[in-house]
Design a protein around this ligand. Structure first.
Ligand code: UDP
Length: 458
């Protein structure tokens, strides 16, 4: 798209893996449409520009968290500290980029930021710079968050333990327990305030971008357009990682992916492997770790397991495994600290993904037609998991925690038994739809065209 040549977009990802990946994928997509790209990033969880797209410019801001601040378990508080520390360095960096802009050949068209960075609105406004927000989670989970005032009015919030198994009739199939776990370790009032901020910051933006597609979340997108954000344009152009050109040498991972898993997968039978990963932030305790290990071992299926340093509380890595556990499984198990996940999910040997249902993992699995086993841990993962198991029906949920017998049974139900056949068919069907929406004339293809025009009109 020639017109976009000579226009620059500044993107500012939140420094967490699940937020960095979609923001940088979106940058690739916009670059492929002719925009120049500038990325602002924090020293905290710093990007490594040498592993990223060499066509972009990268601008670090001196924001770091102390060890104490980084280890705060309350996500709401963690976020508010990060936001407070970012305001001034971000303002300075943006000011520098915009003053270079005066003589630049590619003037800045807009800022794209994460709605959780709630200060970006006032900073962008002070420079009269249009701001678009990227929601890195799904549309259905945002529709649930947007309904919080209604849920408060109807008495679901504050949550009472006796109602946990109840269906939220206004948001079926969401259950009260899904809402409860959406906000662990946070004061409910603080969390409610955070959600309100995010919703207001989004409302005041020049547009909202989703990494999703109409055939997957059309209903939620329609609700969001009609009920919550009738005054801003909404774009659903995902799955991003499938719509931009992939630069195979570029990696947005904060940890280095262990490629040994691909050579191990090459030795396994088609669709035989259970891939297990709980993303970049979830934590489990020792007891859960052992239940997972025994459940996987007893299932009889080969498995590739990402045990991220820090995944198991008070352990460095997988030293909590019983002596001889891996040796006894011989070549049936492979454990890594971090995997090239998209490559893994696209590998023909992978037959199921046991996931925490972070939005990126969910979407990446859908794109490869891999059925899921869901163990959501916190936040929107509970809502994503509910959609995977009860709406799209492309996975099974471990509803009663992690227990080795249930793990073994669920893996076999999905990978070996008849019940899994229909789930796999639905997963392949959804994958087809994901591919289709990106083709010329498809919903994401058209939405991307709309976004490019919108940015050029700002
Ligand atoms: N990921 C990866 N290797 C791993 C585990 C995860 O590359 O071993 C990537 C995964 O592909 C996804 C992101 O990390 O893009 C995790 O994002 P998600 O939203 O699924 O979960 P979060 O980490 O935010 O909880």
């Amino acid at each position: 798209m020639e017109q976009s040549k000579g226009r620059r977009v500044i993107l500012f990802p939140m420094p967490f893996q699940g937020h960095i990946n979609p923001m940088l994928e979106l940058a690739n997509v916009l670059h492929s449409k002719g925009f120049s790209i500038a990325i602002i990033y924090t020293n905290f969880n710093s990007l490594n520009p040498s592993t990223l797209n060499p066509n972009f410019t990268y601008h670090s801001i001196p924001v770091d968290l102390t060890e104490n601040e980084a280890s705060i378990k309350d996500p709401t508080r963690h976020l508010s500290i990060l936001n407070a520390k970012c305001v001034e360095p971000f303002r300075e960096c943006l000011s520098g980029l915009l003053s270079d802009d005066v003589n630049s050949e590619d003037p800045v068209a807009c800022l794209i930021s994460d709605p959780l960075f709630d200060f970006t609105r006032s900073v962008a406004e002070s420079f009269k710079l249009p701001r678009i927000v990227l929601r890195t989670g799904g549309a259905a989970s945002l529709a649930v968050l947007a309904a919080f005032p209604l849920l408060k009015e109807k008495g679901y919030i504050p949550i009472t333990d006796s109602r946990l198994e109840e269906l939220v009739t206004e948001l079926s199939p969401i259950k009260v327990k899904d809402l409860a776990a959406a906000m662990p370790n946070s004061d409910p009032e603080d969390f409610y305030q955070l959600i309100t901020n995010v919703l207001n910051e989004t409302k005041a933006s020049h547009g909202l971008i989703f990494n999703t597609f109409e055939d997957l979340e059309g209903q939620a997108l329609a609700t969001i357009r009609q009920e919550y954000y009738p005054n801003i344009p909404i774009f659903s152009l995902g799955p991003f990682h499938k719509c931009g050109p992939t630069t195979s040498s570029s990696s947005t991972s904060l940890l280095s992916p262990d490629q040994s898993c691909i050579s191990w997968l090459n030795t396994q039978a088609q669709k035989s492997v259970a891939y297990v990963s709980f993303g970049s932030a979830a934590k489990i305790d020792h007891a859960q770790f052992l239940e997972i290990a025994w459940g996987l071992a007893n299932s009889g299926q080969p498995f590739l397991w990402v045990v991220r340093p820090g995944l198991v509380q008070e352990s460095d890595w997988h030293e909590a495994l019983p002596n001889g556990f891996l040796e006894a499984l011989y070549k049936r198990a492979h454990i890594v600290k971090w995997a090239p996940q998209k490559e893994v999910l696209a590998h023909p040997a992978v037959g199921a993904f046991w996931t925490h249902c972070g939005w990126n993992s969910t979407l990446e699995s859908i794109c490869e037609g891999v059925p899921m086993i869901c163990t959501p841990c916190f936040g929107d993962q509970m809502l994503n998991a509910r959609f995977v198991s009860d709406v799209w029906k492309v996975g099974l949920q471990l509803e009663h925690g992690i227990e080795r017998g249930e793990v073994e049974r669920t893996i076999r139900r999905l990978m070996v038994e008849k019940e899994g056949v229909e789930i796999k068919e639905r997963a392949l069907n959804l994958m087809e739809k994901a591919n289709h929406c990106l083709k010329e004339g498809g919903s994401s293809y058209l939405s991307l065209d709309g976004l490019v025009k919108h940015i050029l009109s700002l």
